[in-house]
Write a protein that binds this ligand. Structure first.
Ligand SMILES: [Zn+2]
Length: 77
């Protein structure tokens, strides 16, 4: 399975002006599975964790808590 989810969250954006690129939170499923190339990347950590949880459950049948995913797999890029 090959899938890349890139999210551009607008929730925290404020008005006009120059904005420094926020760090993105990234989870590369390759760290969990040898065969899965699913990558989630979002500026919103909550969103990234939520999607990762869904993916892990739906695709890999594994349940992770948000904390587990944050500590073990989520990278800041
Ligand atoms: Zn996967």
């Amino acid at each position: 399975m090959v899938a890349i989810v890139m999210l551009q969250s607008t929730r925290h954006r404020s008005g006009a002006g120059v904005k420094i690129m926020a760090n993105a939170h990234k989870l590369d499923c390759e760290a969990v599975s040898d065969t899965c190339r699913f990558i989630i990347q979002s500026e919103d950590e909550e969103e990234a964790v939520e999607l990762a949880q869904k993916h892990m459950k739906n695709v890999h049948g594994q349940e992770y808590t948000g904390d587990e995913l944050r500590e073990e797999y989520l990278q800041v890029v």
